[in-house]
Write a new protein. Structure first.
Lengths: 220, 220
DNA sequence: TAGATTGTTAATCGATTAACAATC
DNA sequence: TAGATTGTTAATCGATTAACAATC
Protein backbone atom coordinates (compact mmCIF):
# COMPACT_ATOMS: atom_id res chain seq x y z
CA UNK A 1 0.00 0.00 0.00
CA UNK A 2 2.61 2.54 1.03
CA UNK A 3 5.34 2.45 -1.60
CA UNK A 4 8.25 4.02 0.26
CA UNK A 5 10.45 5.24 -2.57
CA UNK A 6 14.09 4.79 -1.68
CA UNK A 7 16.33 7.68 -2.62
CA UNK A 8 19.24 7.35 -4.98
CA UNK A 9 21.59 8.63 -2.33
CA UNK A 10 20.74 5.69 -0.11
CA UNK A 11 21.17 3.17 -2.91
CA UNK A 12 24.52 4.66 -3.80
CA UNK A 13 25.70 3.92 -0.28
CA UNK A 14 24.44 0.35 -0.03
CA UNK A 15 27.41 -1.32 -1.76
CA UNK A 16 29.77 0.50 0.54
CA UNK A 17 27.96 -0.83 3.61
CA UNK A 18 28.20 -4.25 2.02
CA UNK A 19 31.94 -3.91 1.57
CA UNK A 20 32.54 -2.82 5.15
CA UNK A 21 30.35 -5.56 6.54
CA UNK A 22 32.21 -8.12 4.44
CA UNK A 23 35.49 -6.92 5.90
CA UNK A 24 34.08 -7.04 9.42
CA UNK A 25 32.94 -10.61 8.84
CA UNK A 26 36.38 -11.57 7.58
CA UNK A 27 37.96 -10.22 10.72
CA UNK A 28 35.52 -12.22 12.83
CA UNK A 29 33.36 -9.39 14.15
CA UNK A 30 29.90 -10.71 14.97
CA UNK A 31 27.97 -7.62 15.97
CA UNK A 32 28.37 -3.92 15.47
CA UNK A 33 26.55 -0.79 16.59
CA UNK A 34 25.71 2.06 14.26
CA UNK A 35 28.15 4.11 16.31
CA UNK A 36 31.10 1.80 15.81
CA UNK A 37 30.33 1.43 12.12
CA UNK A 38 29.98 5.17 11.76
CA UNK A 39 33.52 5.66 13.05
CA UNK A 40 34.96 3.13 10.64
CA UNK A 41 33.06 4.42 7.64
CA UNK A 42 33.31 8.09 8.55
CA UNK A 43 29.62 8.76 8.21
CA UNK A 44 27.15 9.61 10.95
CA UNK A 45 25.52 6.86 12.97
CA UNK A 46 22.24 8.59 12.31
CA UNK A 47 22.67 8.17 8.58
CA UNK A 48 23.44 4.49 8.96
CA UNK A 49 20.30 3.89 10.99
CA UNK A 50 18.17 5.95 8.62
CA UNK A 51 19.58 4.20 5.58
CA UNK A 52 19.11 0.70 6.90
CA UNK A 53 15.62 1.45 8.15
CA UNK A 54 14.48 2.11 4.62
CA UNK A 55 14.58 -1.63 4.16
CA UNK A 56 13.26 -2.78 7.50
CA UNK A 57 14.48 -3.23 11.03
CA UNK A 58 17.75 -5.05 10.61
CA UNK A 59 19.03 -4.22 14.06
CA UNK A 60 18.03 -4.85 17.62
CA UNK A 61 17.78 -2.29 20.39
CA UNK A 62 20.46 -2.58 23.00
CA UNK A 63 22.46 -4.96 20.80
CA UNK A 64 23.19 -3.35 17.48
CA UNK A 65 23.41 -5.20 14.19
CA UNK A 66 24.42 -8.77 13.58
CA UNK A 67 27.17 -8.46 10.99
CA UNK A 68 26.51 -11.68 9.10
CA UNK A 69 22.77 -11.12 9.02
CA UNK A 70 23.07 -7.53 7.85
CA UNK A 71 25.64 -8.51 5.24
CA UNK A 72 23.33 -11.15 3.84
CA UNK A 73 20.31 -8.88 3.86
CA UNK A 74 22.10 -6.10 1.99
CA UNK A 75 23.51 -8.66 -0.41
CA UNK A 76 20.00 -9.84 -1.09
CA UNK A 77 18.82 -6.27 -1.66
CA UNK A 78 21.64 -5.79 -4.13
CA UNK A 79 20.62 -8.94 -5.96
CA UNK A 80 23.86 -10.72 -5.12
CA UNK A 81 22.07 -13.88 -4.01
CA UNK A 82 21.25 -14.61 -7.63
CA UNK A 83 23.40 -15.23 -10.67
CA UNK A 84 23.38 -12.65 -13.45
CA UNK A 85 24.47 -13.51 -16.95
CA UNK A 86 26.54 -10.78 -18.53
CA UNK A 87 27.88 -10.07 -22.00
CA UNK A 88 30.53 -7.56 -22.91
CA UNK A 89 30.18 -5.58 -26.10
CA UNK A 90 33.52 -4.37 -27.28
CA UNK A 91 36.53 -6.68 -26.93
CA UNK A 92 39.13 -3.94 -26.62
CA UNK A 93 41.45 -3.45 -23.69
CA UNK A 94 38.79 -2.40 -21.25
CA UNK A 95 36.34 -5.10 -22.30
CA UNK A 96 38.98 -7.75 -21.90
CA UNK A 97 40.10 -6.33 -18.59
CA UNK A 98 36.54 -6.60 -17.27
CA UNK A 99 36.19 -10.12 -18.66
CA UNK A 100 39.36 -11.06 -16.80
CA UNK A 101 38.11 -9.70 -13.54
CA UNK A 102 37.49 -12.62 -11.18
CA UNK A 103 35.85 -10.51 -8.46
CA UNK A 104 32.70 -10.11 -10.55
CA UNK A 105 32.17 -13.84 -10.83
CA UNK A 106 32.48 -14.12 -7.06
CA UNK A 107 29.53 -11.71 -6.72
CA UNK A 108 27.40 -13.65 -9.16
CA UNK A 109 28.07 -11.70 -12.37
CA UNK A 110 28.98 -14.35 -14.92
CA UNK A 111 30.49 -13.18 -18.17
CA UNK A 112 29.08 -15.49 -20.83
CA UNK A 113 30.40 -13.91 -23.99
CA UNK A 114 32.21 -11.01 -25.61
CA UNK A 115 31.17 -9.39 -28.89
CA UNK A 116 33.28 -7.28 -31.18
CA UNK A 117 32.89 -5.76 -34.63
CA UNK A 118 36.41 -6.79 -35.51
CA UNK A 119 36.04 -10.19 -37.19
CA UNK A 120 39.68 -10.96 -36.51
CA UNK A 121 38.97 -11.32 -32.80
CA UNK A 122 36.23 -13.88 -33.38
CA UNK A 123 37.09 -17.34 -32.24
CA UNK A 124 39.54 -16.10 -29.62
CA UNK A 125 38.74 -16.48 -25.96
CA UNK A 126 39.46 -14.51 -22.79
CA UNK A 127 39.61 -16.65 -19.68
CA UNK A 128 37.65 -19.25 -21.60
CA UNK A 129 35.00 -16.72 -22.65
CA UNK A 130 34.46 -16.69 -26.42
CA UNK A 131 34.72 -13.54 -28.51
CA UNK A 132 32.00 -13.55 -31.15
CA UNK A 133 30.93 -11.37 -34.07
CA UNK A 134 28.07 -8.93 -33.58
CA UNK A 135 25.81 -10.94 -35.87
CA UNK A 136 25.56 -13.68 -33.26
CA UNK A 137 24.54 -11.30 -30.52
CA UNK A 138 20.77 -11.59 -30.81
CA UNK A 139 20.71 -15.38 -30.79
CA UNK A 140 23.21 -15.52 -27.96
CA UNK A 141 21.21 -13.14 -25.77
CA UNK A 142 17.97 -15.01 -26.32
CA UNK A 143 19.49 -18.43 -25.70
CA UNK A 144 21.65 -17.61 -22.69
CA UNK A 145 19.27 -15.53 -20.59
CA UNK A 146 21.50 -12.48 -20.67
CA UNK A 147 20.33 -9.75 -18.29
CA UNK A 148 23.25 -7.36 -18.23
CA UNK A 149 25.26 -5.97 -21.13
CA UNK A 150 28.51 -4.13 -20.61
CA UNK A 151 29.24 -1.47 -23.21
CA UNK A 152 32.97 -0.99 -23.73
CA UNK A 153 32.92 0.42 -27.23
CA UNK A 154 33.31 3.83 -28.87
CA UNK A 155 30.55 6.34 -28.23
CA UNK A 156 29.82 6.50 -31.95
CA UNK A 157 28.27 3.04 -31.94
CA UNK A 158 27.08 2.91 -28.33
CA UNK A 159 23.61 4.34 -28.88
CA UNK A 160 22.82 2.07 -31.79
CA UNK A 161 24.11 -1.04 -30.05
CA UNK A 162 22.21 -0.18 -26.89
CA UNK A 163 18.98 0.02 -28.87
CA UNK A 164 19.68 -3.40 -30.36
CA UNK A 165 20.47 -4.91 -26.99
CA UNK A 166 17.24 -3.61 -25.53
CA UNK A 167 15.21 -4.95 -28.45
CA UNK A 168 16.78 -8.35 -27.83
CA UNK A 169 15.65 -8.31 -24.22
CA UNK A 170 18.58 -6.96 -22.22
CA UNK A 171 17.27 -5.14 -19.13
CA UNK A 172 20.40 -3.57 -17.72
CA UNK A 173 23.31 -1.76 -19.36
CA UNK A 174 26.62 -1.05 -17.73
CA UNK A 175 27.75 1.81 -19.88
CA UNK A 176 31.44 2.66 -20.23
CA UNK A 177 30.96 4.58 -23.49
CA UNK A 178 31.35 8.35 -23.28
CA UNK A 179 27.79 9.16 -24.03
CA UNK A 180 24.41 9.18 -22.35
CA UNK A 181 21.94 6.53 -23.40
CA UNK A 182 18.25 7.16 -23.79
CA UNK A 183 16.45 4.01 -22.84
CA UNK A 184 12.79 3.15 -22.38
CA UNK A 185 11.22 2.79 -18.97
CA UNK A 186 12.14 -0.52 -17.41
CA UNK A 187 15.70 -0.59 -18.71
CA UNK A 188 18.41 0.25 -16.20
CA UNK A 189 21.59 2.10 -17.06
CA UNK A 190 24.62 2.54 -14.85
CA UNK A 191 27.22 4.86 -16.30
CA UNK A 192 30.95 4.60 -15.70
CA UNK A 193 32.35 7.67 -17.37
CA UNK A 194 36.05 7.32 -16.66
CA UNK A 195 37.01 10.52 -18.42
CA UNK A 196 34.58 12.47 -16.25
CA UNK A 197 36.03 10.81 -13.20
CA UNK A 198 39.59 11.86 -13.96
CA UNK A 199 38.38 15.37 -14.78
CA UNK A 200 36.88 15.66 -11.30
CA UNK A 201 40.22 14.62 -9.88
CA UNK A 202 41.93 17.15 -12.07
CA UNK A 203 39.48 19.85 -10.98
CA UNK A 204 40.20 19.26 -7.30
CA UNK A 205 43.94 19.12 -7.89
CA UNK A 206 43.88 22.33 -9.91
CA UNK A 207 41.69 24.20 -7.42
CA UNK A 208 43.95 23.16 -4.57
CA UNK A 209 47.05 24.26 -6.41
CA UNK A 210 45.51 27.62 -7.27
CA UNK A 211 44.63 28.21 -3.65
CA UNK A 212 48.09 27.31 -2.41
CA UNK A 213 50.27 28.60 -5.19
CA UNK A 214 53.46 30.61 -4.75
CA UNK A 215 54.52 28.68 -1.71
CA UNK A 216 52.64 29.29 1.48
CA UNK A 217 50.28 32.17 1.03
CA UNK A 218 49.60 33.85 4.34
CA UNK A 219 45.99 33.99 5.37
CA UNK A 220 44.94 37.37 6.73
CA UNK B 1 37.52 37.84 0.69
CA UNK B 2 34.36 35.83 0.19
CA UNK B 3 35.37 32.24 -0.47
CA UNK B 4 32.30 30.86 -2.19
CA UNK B 5 32.63 27.14 -1.56
CA UNK B 6 31.45 25.20 -4.58
CA UNK B 7 29.38 22.15 -3.79
CA UNK B 8 30.39 18.65 -4.77
CA UNK B 9 27.17 18.23 -6.70
CA UNK B 10 28.11 21.09 -8.99
CA UNK B 11 31.62 19.78 -9.56
CA UNK B 12 30.25 16.36 -10.37
CA UNK B 13 28.23 17.92 -13.18
CA UNK B 14 31.00 20.02 -14.70
CA UNK B 15 32.57 17.30 -16.86
CA UNK B 16 29.16 16.49 -18.30
CA UNK B 17 28.63 20.10 -19.34
CA UNK B 18 32.06 19.94 -20.90
CA UNK B 19 31.15 16.84 -22.86
CA UNK B 20 27.93 18.31 -24.21
CA UNK B 21 29.59 21.58 -25.13
CA UNK B 22 32.31 19.67 -26.96
CA UNK B 23 29.68 17.85 -28.97
CA UNK B 24 27.88 21.10 -29.74
CA UNK B 25 31.13 22.60 -30.97
CA UNK B 26 31.76 19.61 -33.18
CA UNK B 27 28.38 20.03 -34.77
CA UNK B 28 29.10 23.68 -35.41
CA UNK B 29 26.74 25.25 -32.86
CA UNK B 30 28.07 28.66 -31.85
CA UNK B 31 25.66 29.78 -29.15
CA UNK B 32 23.19 28.08 -26.88
CA UNK B 33 20.68 29.18 -24.29
CA UNK B 34 20.30 27.51 -20.93
CA UNK B 35 16.89 26.41 -22.14
CA UNK B 36 18.15 24.63 -25.22
CA UNK B 37 20.97 23.00 -23.30
CA UNK B 38 18.57 21.93 -20.59
CA UNK B 39 16.49 20.03 -23.12
CA UNK B 40 19.49 18.23 -24.54
CA UNK B 41 20.95 17.36 -21.16
CA UNK B 42 17.64 16.67 -19.47
CA UNK B 43 18.30 18.93 -16.52
CA UNK B 44 16.56 22.17 -15.65
CA UNK B 45 17.68 25.43 -17.23
CA UNK B 46 17.68 26.89 -13.76
CA UNK B 47 20.24 24.38 -12.61
CA UNK B 48 22.49 25.14 -15.55
CA UNK B 49 22.42 28.86 -14.85
CA UNK B 50 22.97 28.33 -11.13
CA UNK B 51 25.84 25.92 -11.73
CA UNK B 52 27.66 28.13 -14.19
CA UNK B 53 27.21 31.19 -12.06
CA UNK B 54 29.26 29.64 -9.33
CA UNK B 55 32.24 30.38 -11.50
CA UNK B 56 31.29 33.74 -12.92
CA UNK B 57 29.05 35.20 -15.57
CA UNK B 58 29.83 33.10 -18.59
CA UNK B 59 26.69 34.08 -20.47
CA UNK B 60 25.14 37.20 -21.83
CA UNK B 61 21.56 38.37 -21.33
CA UNK B 62 19.44 38.14 -24.40
CA UNK B 63 22.04 36.01 -26.17
CA UNK B 64 22.82 32.92 -24.13
CA UNK B 65 26.20 31.27 -23.92
CA UNK B 66 28.94 31.20 -26.51
CA UNK B 67 29.67 27.51 -26.91
CA UNK B 68 33.38 27.74 -27.63
CA UNK B 69 33.97 30.25 -24.85
CA UNK B 70 32.04 28.25 -22.29
CA UNK B 71 33.76 25.04 -23.36
CA UNK B 72 37.16 26.62 -22.89
CA UNK B 73 36.26 28.17 -19.56
CA UNK B 74 34.98 24.90 -18.13
CA UNK B 75 38.02 23.13 -19.53
CA UNK B 76 40.21 25.60 -17.69
CA UNK B 77 38.27 25.05 -14.48
CA UNK B 78 38.79 21.32 -14.87
CA UNK B 79 42.50 21.87 -15.35
CA UNK B 80 42.42 20.56 -18.91
CA UNK B 81 44.45 23.47 -20.23
CA UNK B 82 47.51 22.02 -18.52
CA UNK B 83 49.36 18.77 -18.93
CA UNK B 84 49.27 16.29 -16.05
CA UNK B 85 51.86 13.58 -15.70
CA UNK B 86 50.37 10.29 -14.61
CA UNK B 87 51.73 6.97 -13.46
CA UNK B 88 49.83 3.73 -13.18
CA UNK B 89 50.53 1.42 -10.28
CA UNK B 90 49.55 -2.12 -11.14
CA UNK B 91 50.23 -3.38 -14.64
CA UNK B 92 47.39 -5.90 -14.76
CA UNK B 93 44.58 -5.90 -17.27
CA UNK B 94 42.92 -2.76 -16.01
CA UNK B 95 46.17 -0.85 -15.64
CA UNK B 96 47.19 -1.74 -19.17
CA UNK B 97 43.75 -0.89 -20.50
CA UNK B 98 44.01 2.58 -18.98
CA UNK B 99 47.53 3.01 -20.33
CA UNK B 100 46.22 2.15 -23.77
CA UNK B 101 43.47 4.69 -23.58
CA UNK B 102 44.24 7.46 -26.07
CA UNK B 103 41.38 9.72 -24.93
CA UNK B 104 43.23 10.57 -21.74
CA UNK B 105 46.23 11.88 -23.57
CA UNK B 106 43.94 14.09 -25.66
CA UNK B 107 42.73 15.72 -22.42
CA UNK B 108 46.24 16.32 -21.16
CA UNK B 109 46.72 13.29 -18.95
CA UNK B 110 50.04 11.82 -20.02
CA UNK B 111 50.89 8.36 -18.78
CA UNK B 112 54.61 8.41 -18.12
CA UNK B 113 55.15 5.02 -16.56
CA UNK B 114 53.63 1.85 -15.18
CA UNK B 115 54.81 0.09 -12.03
CA UNK B 116 54.22 -3.50 -11.03
CA UNK B 117 55.42 -5.80 -8.28
CA UNK B 118 55.84 -8.62 -10.78
CA UNK B 119 59.48 -8.38 -11.90
CA UNK B 120 58.67 -10.38 -15.03
CA UNK B 121 56.74 -7.43 -16.46
CA UNK B 122 59.68 -5.05 -16.04
CA UNK B 123 61.22 -3.94 -19.27
CA UNK B 124 58.03 -4.48 -21.24
CA UNK B 125 56.18 -1.51 -22.60
CA UNK B 126 52.53 -0.64 -23.27
CA UNK B 127 52.05 1.83 -26.11
CA UNK B 128 55.66 2.82 -25.59
CA UNK B 129 55.17 3.34 -21.85
CA UNK B 130 57.70 1.39 -19.79
CA UNK B 131 56.69 -1.04 -17.06
CA UNK B 132 59.07 -0.71 -14.14
CA UNK B 133 59.62 -2.38 -10.77
CA UNK B 134 58.26 -0.74 -7.62
CA UNK B 135 61.77 0.08 -6.41
CA UNK B 136 62.15 2.69 -9.12
CA UNK B 137 58.91 4.45 -8.23
CA UNK B 138 60.27 7.08 -5.87
CA UNK B 139 63.02 8.26 -8.18
CA UNK B 140 60.69 8.25 -11.16
CA UNK B 141 58.07 10.35 -9.39
CA UNK B 142 60.59 12.91 -8.22
CA UNK B 143 62.29 13.21 -11.60
CA UNK B 144 59.23 13.28 -13.84
CA UNK B 145 56.99 15.71 -11.98
CA UNK B 146 54.25 13.13 -11.47
CA UNK B 147 51.04 14.63 -10.09
CA UNK B 148 48.54 11.85 -10.52
CA UNK B 149 48.87 8.18 -9.62
CA UNK B 150 46.38 5.61 -10.79
CA UNK B 151 45.93 2.67 -8.43
CA UNK B 152 44.97 -0.49 -10.27
CA UNK B 153 46.20 -3.04 -7.80
CA UNK B 154 44.67 -5.37 -5.18
CA UNK B 155 43.15 -3.69 -2.15
CA UNK B 156 45.59 -5.53 0.11
CA UNK B 157 48.48 -3.37 -1.07
CA UNK B 158 46.57 -0.23 -2.02
CA UNK B 159 46.75 1.53 1.36
CA UNK B 160 50.45 0.95 1.75
CA UNK B 161 51.30 2.01 -1.79
CA UNK B 162 49.12 5.11 -1.45
CA UNK B 163 51.07 6.16 1.63
CA UNK B 164 54.32 5.73 -0.27
CA UNK B 165 53.06 7.72 -3.24
CA UNK B 166 52.01 10.57 -1.01
CA UNK B 167 55.35 10.64 0.76
CA UNK B 168 57.04 10.88 -2.64
CA UNK B 169 54.98 13.93 -3.53
CA UNK B 170 51.97 12.66 -5.46
CA UNK B 171 49.01 14.99 -4.90
CA UNK B 172 46.18 13.13 -6.57
CA UNK B 173 45.17 9.47 -6.55
CA UNK B 174 42.77 7.87 -8.98
CA UNK B 175 41.79 4.85 -6.95
CA UNK B 176 40.46 1.70 -8.62
CA UNK B 177 41.28 -0.54 -5.64
CA UNK B 178 38.31 -1.80 -3.64
CA UNK B 179 39.10 0.08 -0.53
CA UNK B 180 38.87 3.57 0.89
CA UNK B 181 42.08 5.49 1.30
CA UNK B 182 42.82 7.75 4.22
CA UNK B 183 44.95 10.57 2.99
CA UNK B 184 46.21 13.77 4.59
CA UNK B 185 44.67 17.14 3.82
CA UNK B 186 45.84 18.42 0.47
CA UNK B 187 45.83 15.05 -1.27
CA UNK B 188 42.93 14.39 -3.62
CA UNK B 189 41.32 11.01 -4.10
CA UNK B 190 38.83 10.05 -6.76
CA UNK B 191 37.42 6.57 -6.34
CA UNK B 192 36.28 4.32 -9.15
CA UNK B 193 34.76 1.36 -7.39
CA UNK B 194 33.63 -0.79 -10.27
CA UNK B 195 32.20 -3.53 -8.11
CA UNK B 196 30.01 -0.99 -6.33
CA UNK B 197 28.88 0.34 -9.67
CA UNK B 198 27.72 -3.03 -10.96
CA UNK B 199 26.00 -3.69 -7.62
CA UNK B 200 23.93 -0.53 -8.05
CA UNK B 201 22.94 -1.75 -11.48
CA UNK B 202 22.06 -5.11 -10.02
CA UNK B 203 20.04 -3.44 -7.26
CA UNK B 204 17.92 -1.51 -9.75
CA UNK B 205 17.45 -4.54 -11.95
CA UNK B 206 16.45 -6.71 -9.02
CA UNK B 207 14.05 -4.13 -7.58
CA UNK B 208 12.41 -3.68 -10.95
CA UNK B 209 12.00 -7.41 -11.41
CA UNK B 210 10.51 -7.82 -7.95
CA UNK B 211 7.98 -5.10 -8.67
CA UNK B 212 6.95 -6.56 -12.01
CA UNK B 213 7.23 -10.25 -11.35
CA UNK B 214 4.67 -12.87 -12.33
CA UNK B 215 3.85 -11.12 -15.56
CA UNK B 216 1.83 -7.98 -15.35
CA UNK B 217 0.64 -7.50 -11.83
CA UNK B 218 -2.55 -5.48 -11.78
CA UNK B 219 -2.44 -2.33 -9.75
CA UNK B 220 -5.51 -1.86 -7.53
C1' DT C 1 16.03 -4.36 36.12
C1' DA C 2 19.42 -1.02 34.16
C1' DG C 3 22.03 -0.04 30.19
C1' DA C 4 22.54 0.11 25.52
C1' DT C 5 21.19 1.03 21.15
C1' DT C 6 17.82 0.93 17.69
C1' DG C 7 13.83 2.93 15.09
C1' DT C 8 11.69 7.08 14.13
C1' DT C 9 10.15 11.81 14.54
C1' DA C 10 11.58 16.55 14.44
C1' DA C 11 15.02 20.11 13.25
C1' DT C 12 18.52 21.57 10.30
C1' DC C 13 20.96 21.98 6.42
C1' DG C 14 21.85 22.03 1.52
C1' DA C 15 20.49 21.59 -3.16
C1' DT C 16 17.13 22.29 -6.72
C1' DT C 17 13.57 24.82 -8.89
C1' DA C 18 10.81 28.91 -9.73
C1' DA C 19 10.41 33.63 -10.50
C1' DC C 20 11.73 37.93 -12.03
C1' DA C 21 14.49 42.13 -12.23
C1' DA C 22 18.68 43.36 -14.69
C1' DT C 23 20.67 43.89 -19.00
C1' DC C 24 22.37 42.75 -23.45
C1' DT D 1 13.56 49.99 -28.73
C1' DA D 2 11.46 45.36 -27.85
C1' DG D 3 12.59 40.71 -27.10
C1' DA D 4 15.34 37.40 -25.21
C1' DT D 5 17.81 35.39 -21.79
C1' DT D 6 20.93 35.72 -18.14
C1' DG D 7 22.16 36.39 -13.16
C1' DT D 8 20.28 36.15 -8.78
C1' DT D 9 16.97 36.13 -5.06
C1' DA D 10 13.24 33.63 -2.96
C1' DA D 11 10.53 29.34 -2.43
C1' DT D 12 10.48 24.55 -2.41
C1' DC D 13 12.05 20.24 -1.98
C1' DG D 14 14.93 16.52 -0.31
C1' DA D 15 18.59 14.69 2.41
C1' DT D 16 21.22 14.71 6.61
C1' DT D 17 21.65 15.21 11.43
C1' DA D 18 19.93 15.50 16.10
C1' DA D 19 17.11 13.92 19.65
C1' DC D 20 14.63 10.76 22.19
C1' DA D 21 11.02 7.37 23.10
C1' DA D 22 10.64 2.45 22.31
C1' DT D 23 12.50 -1.84 23.35
C1' DC D 24 15.76 -5.50 23.59
Amino acid sequence: MEEKEISKAVIRRLPRYYRYLGELMESGVERISSNELSERMRVTASQIRQDLNNFGGFGQQGYGYNVKYLYDEIGRLLGLDKKHNVIIIGGGNLGQALANYPAFEKRGFIVKGIFDINPKLSGRTVRGIPIMPMEQMEEFIRENDIQIATLTLPKTSATEVADQLISYGVRAIWNFAHTDLNVPEGVMVENVHLSESIMRLSYNLTRYEEEHKSGKKEKK
